[in-house]
Write a protein that binds this ligand. Structure first.
Ligand SMILES: Cc1cc2nc3c(=O)[nH]c(=O)nc-3n(C[C@H](O)[C@H](O)[C@H](O)COP(=O)(O)OP(=O)(O)OC[C@H]3O[C@@H](n4cnc5c(N)ncnc54)[C@H](O)[C@@H]3O)c2cc1C
Length: 414
């Protein structure tokens, strides 16, 4: 793989960009792989990457039924933060956030990580208490957050209205090193690095069946033929239940449409990310100038990748209360993704009842921020059979009642 550099950009500019090579190969599937990962979203690709980088396992295929990054990874609002309440969550999200800090250098691919800071607004006294508690917990966990008053919120985000008609802003949980990154670039950067290690990323290849022998996985059936494998990672977000069904077990996840929208581009007016959880809406400004707005999940399970119209109305109404100036903006595009929600709003990174099959799902509305940490931990789980970062996230915790309740940190979509 040719390295990207300022020199390479200058060289290609002089020869009409004729020398760039494809970022990743499009190989024909082999008959057998040591590891097959289903799902070329961020989590699947990061898992493959760390299997190669940290454990030298490179006879790996990542199978994708559509196009790489075309699931939730390419549909989210890109908020990155690690201000979760429970210790296991803070550990994995902070691992991810810290990996984002050096991701562009590690992958030699500009993922445009922008640690511009995230504020979660407190708009009720209940939220004030909740976020003050989270700030104390985060400080014990080594996660840098702070509860700030309304004046500081206004200083950080001058376009905000502190005296909303329904809920005034009483303060906020501020994470200065939270922020955003370019979502497609995260998928593309991992894909390029995986391909460079000799891994096969196979797009337009849907897994249609999982073959077992004596309770152990031996391979998958796909729209591009059968492939054998020693281990199988199911990393398919909203379709986790479908794949689990193929493997012969059930997962405690629900699939729901979650949507987002962007406005026309405007001049820079907001250089932090704001989440307003009580009125329910969140917003940041992209480098192109569009206001990137996230809404809520549909009230019923579905696989539509669109979402219902009334959620857009509710979200925009909520954000106009908080940022009255956006009432004059035109909205450009709206889209949806299928998110995988667990009952305790925490993910599942786990062995399964089928030997050799591992599952990584349940990131729900907030898994973009977790991609590098999740890939790191999942790779360790698959390579060594255990990982300190995944111990509490077993799928069996629901049977045992060992929930990791993150309904405050993750109950809102982001
Ligand atoms: C509108 C929206 C806003 C969001 N905002 C944020 C945010 O601001 N911050 C944040 O942290 N998170 C956010 N999220 C959540 C985040 O996007 C997801 O948690 C994360 O992207 C999940 O990544 P993934 O790799 O697990 O899944 P995906 O990116 O969905 O990848 C799974 C892949 O599996 C493939 N697949 C499915 N079935 C099969 C099969 N049978 N065979 C082969 N391939 C298959 C799919 O095509 C898909 O490409 C948001 C999500 C949405 C929808």
């Amino acid at each position: 793989m040719k390295r990207y550099s300022a020199f390479a950009v200058a060289r290609e500019a002089l020869r009409f960009h004729s020398g760039w090579e494809r970022a990743w190969r499009s190989p024909e599937p082999k008959k057998r792989y040591d590891v097959i990962i289903v799902g070329a979203g961020g989590h699947g690709l990061a898992t493959a990457y760390y299997l190669g980088k940290n454990f030298g396992i490179t006879n790996v295929a990542v199978l994708e039924k559509g196009w790489l990054g075309g699931g939730n990874t390419g549909r989210n609002t890109t908020i990155i933060r690690s201000n979760y309440l429970q210790d296991p969550s803070a550990a994995i999200y902070e691992k991810a956030r810290s990996l984002y800090e050096t991701m562009s250098q590690d992958l030699n691919y500009n993922v445009m990580f922008s640690p511009r800071g995230v504020i979660m607004l407190a708009q009720t006294h209940h939220e004030v208490r909740g976020y003050q508690r989270t700030a104390y917990a985060n400080n014990l966990q080594g996660v840098e957050t702070q509860f700030i008053g309304p004046d500081k919120v206004k200083e950080l985000c001058p376009i905000i209205s502190l005296d909303g008609p329904r809920y005034p802003v009483l303060g906020g949980l501020w994470q200065p090193r939270g922020g955003t990154a370019r979502h497609d670039a995260v998928a593309w950067g991992y894909a390029r690095a995986c391909s460079d290690m000799g891994m096969d990323i196979i797009q337009q290849c849907e897994v249609t069946g999982i073959r077992k022998d004596g309770g152990k996985v031996v391979g998958v059936d796909t729209t591009k033929g059968a492939m054998d494998c020693g281990q199988l990672g199911l990393v398919v977000a909203g379709h986790s239940g479908v794949l689990a069904d193929m493997a012969g077990f059930r997962l405690p996840v629900e699939s729901l449409a979650l949507q987002a929208l962007v406005s026309e581009p405007i001049k820079p007016c907001m250089d932090v990310v704001i989440m307003a959880n009580t009125v329910h809406g969140y917003m940041s400004q992209s480098d192109k100038g569009e206001m990137v707005i996230g809404g809520g999940t549909d009230g019923c399970n579905n696989y539509t990748q669109r979402g219902s119209f009334h959620h857009i109305e509710e979200t925009v109404r909520a954000l106009i209360e908080t940022f009255p100036m956006i009432s004059r903006l035109k909205m450009l595009r709206q889209w949806g993704g299928i998110v995988d929600m667990t009952g305790d709003r925490s993910p599942i990174l786990s062995k399964t009842p089928v030997e050799g099959v591992f599952v990584n799902c349940g990131w729900g509305t907030g898994g973009f921020k977790a991609i590098p940490g999740s890939g790191w931990a999942m790779a360790e789980l698959m390579a060594k059979g255990h990982s300190p970062l995944t111990e509490e996230f077993s799928m069996f915790r629901f049977r045992e009642g060992k929930f990791i309740d993150e309904s405050v940190a993750a109950g809102v979509a982001h």
